[in-house]
Ligand binder design. Structure first.
Ligand code: UD1
Length: 342
């Protein structure tokens, strides 16, 4: 079975994807500098799959180290590149940190594969669409000016990938535009590990429910949506992980049209903040304390994806609903209460 390099493989989406890769029979090599993840996740992955992935603690901004890694592993056939900084607020405060890390790592990886045949799957985001003019948003929708340096790194990375692919026929690149990944593995052994106060909705909900945080603030109730709160396309992280396997299969079976493609990865269904809160309460039986607050600067009002391209071309479809996402996120929050990670 082929060997796949997963950068950021101890992170939230990365760890779930490693599990799905191993379950599908792939051999996995993880590269992570543990900047925003715990080494203990390796043992957690091993508990789930029974196979310990190979691991390198390495900063992808170090070009010589990246070249050495690729030379030492000539049997790697595919790369799934998750490793990146991703906090929107921090990116506004420290733009150079974001541009440096997210671009140097991408460019070093691509450069190390110059002249070599490689399948490459990139973590992009629906943030590239900003507030779409039409919903559900398709991959053809125009990319709008980024609201943050983080969003800009995703837009520019896609341009870098498209231009690199156009002059390197050996690159087979798929960019997956994720909607809002939430939830955790159903074993409750891996999940999201936010550092500090969670900026994202679902980790805040679970931390509030367990008593680690105060009431949830709903950021805005005067949007032009049915209940006034923002709408997003929440996708279970396990479904999202499986989309990466589908992308790799498409590359391996030479089914790509051209050598750079983009896919939306969501459920195709939008849920409001208040609906997410209700879904959490109904699926877990835990009552939440929440209040309505002002809008958060930079938030788009509503976005959900047209996922028909992924369904037809990748042969992939999200299977899990909001209840599964909430139940699994809650089980994970309870697990980490008893098993804190360092
Ligand atoms: C954010 C990023 C997006 C990134 C994603 C990564 C912005 C503008 N976008 O998405 O680019 O890819 O994180 O996970 O930051 N909410 C509350 N109360 C809270 C937290 C959130 O009401 O305490 C609301 C937000 O207003 C939003 C929804 O919940 O409507 C989801 O927010 P969040 O989980 O932060 O994701 P996004 O903002 O959609």
């Amino acid at each position: 079975m082929s060997k796949i390099l997963v950068t950021g493989g101890t992170g939230y989406i990365g760890s779930h994807t490693v599990v799905e890769l191993q379950n599908a029979g792939y051999e996995v090599v993880i590269v992570d500098n543990l900047d925003n993840s715990s080494i203990e996740i390796l043992d957690q992955i091993t508990k789930i799959t029974g196979k310990k992935p190979q691991f390198y603690n390495l900063d992808l901004c170090d070009e010589a180290k990246v070249v050495e890694l690729i030379e030492n592993n000539p049997d790697i056939t595919g790369v799934i590149h998750f490793a990146a900084h991703k906090a929107v607020g921090e990116s506004v405060a420290k733009p150079l940190k974001y541009y440096r890390n997210n671009f140097f790592s991408l460019i070093n990886l691509l450069t190390a594969y110059t002249g070599k045949d490689v399948n490459f799957v990139f973590s992009s985001s629906c943030t590239v669409y900003g507030q779409p003019d039409k919903l559900p948003v398709t991959e053809e929708a125009p990319v709008k000016k980024a609201e943050s340096p983080y969003g800009n790194t995703k837009q520019i990375a896609e341009e870098i990938l498209a231009e690199a692919a156009s002059v390197n026929p050996n690159y087979h690149i798929i960019s997956l535009r994720y909607f809002n990944p939430v939830g955790a593995h159903d074993s409750a052994l891996i999940g999201e590990l936010p550092i500090g106060v969670p900026q994202n909705l679902v980790p805040f909900i679970t931390q509030s429910a367990i008593g680690k945080r105060g009431p949830i603030t709903v950021f805005g109730s005067d949007y032009n949506t049915p209940d006034g709160s923002c709408i997003r396309d929440y996708i279970h992280v396990v479904d999202l992980a499986k989309a990466h396997i589908a992308a790799l299969k498409r590359q391996e079976e030479n089914k790509m049209s051209g050598n750079f493609e983009i896919f939306n990865v969501g459920t195709g269904k939008g849920s409001s903040v208040l609906e997410v809160i209700k879904a959490f309460e109904e699926s877990t039986g835990v009552k939440l304390d929440y209040k309505i607050g002002p809008r958060r600067p930079g938030d788009v009002e509503q976005v959900w994806g047209d996922v028909s391209k992924a369904e037809t071309e990748l042969n992939w479809k999200a299977e899990l609903g909001l209840e599964d996402m909430m139940r699994s996120a809650w089980a994970w929050e309870q697990y980490i209460k008893d098993h804190p990670f360092s």
